[in-house]
Design a protein around this ligand. Structure first.
Ligand code: HEC
Length: 134
């Protein structure tokens, strides 16, 4: 291979790599946003006729397994970036939810009330949910 060809190939390979990393980062961000939506659909708003896990949790009817998944979900939410609103407010809200769900898991007294207060759909949506959707 002649020298200038070699350089061209090297440059091409480098830009492909950089481009790949960029796309990969975009996908990672998407996955995190979807994590919030998926969580909402799975735990905050169940299909018609089924109590969502958050409702069961406030009623003290969630199983140990459901509470475990709830705690995992809030951990993911804490780590995710909100699609709207500032990070500090998001962290505060999601860590409150996480703490309350962990209290429920431990069967702490007053945990259901604490959770009920933390899982305030409207308070969080007003600040962090993009307006256009739904
Ligand atoms: C700590 C904040 C927070 C709380 C509490 C919260 N949500 Fe959400 N919710 C969000 C955010 C942020 C989105 C937007 C996600 C996006 O667009 O990426 C959302 C989106 C949704 C969506 C739309 C999902 C989709 O497919 O686009 C539904 C349905 C929903 N929430 C239901 C609820 C219900 C019901 C409650 C209360 C029981 C609740 N949420 C409590 C933050 C919250």
């Amino acid at each position: 291979m002649k020298k200038h060809q070699h350089i061209a190939v090297t440059v091409l390979a480098a830009s492909l790599l950089a481009g790949g990393a960029f796309v990969w980062q975009l996908q990672a961000a998407d996955a995190k946003e979807d994590a919030i939506k998926d969580f909402m659909k799975a735990y905050h708003k169940a299909p018609k006729g089924v109590d969502p896990v958050c409702k069961k949790a406030t009623d003290g009817k969630a199983t140990a397994d459901e509470l475990k998944k709830l705690v995992e979900g809030y951990k993911t939410m804490c780590a995710a970036k909100p699609p709207k609103g500032d990070d500090a407010s998001w962290k505060e809200k999601t860590s409150k939810l996480l703490a309350a769900a962990q209290d429920l898991q431990k069967g702490k007294e007053g945990a259901a009330d604490k959770y009920k207060e933390a899982v305030n759909c409207k308070a969080c949506h007003e600040v962090h949910k993009p307006k256009k959707q739904e």
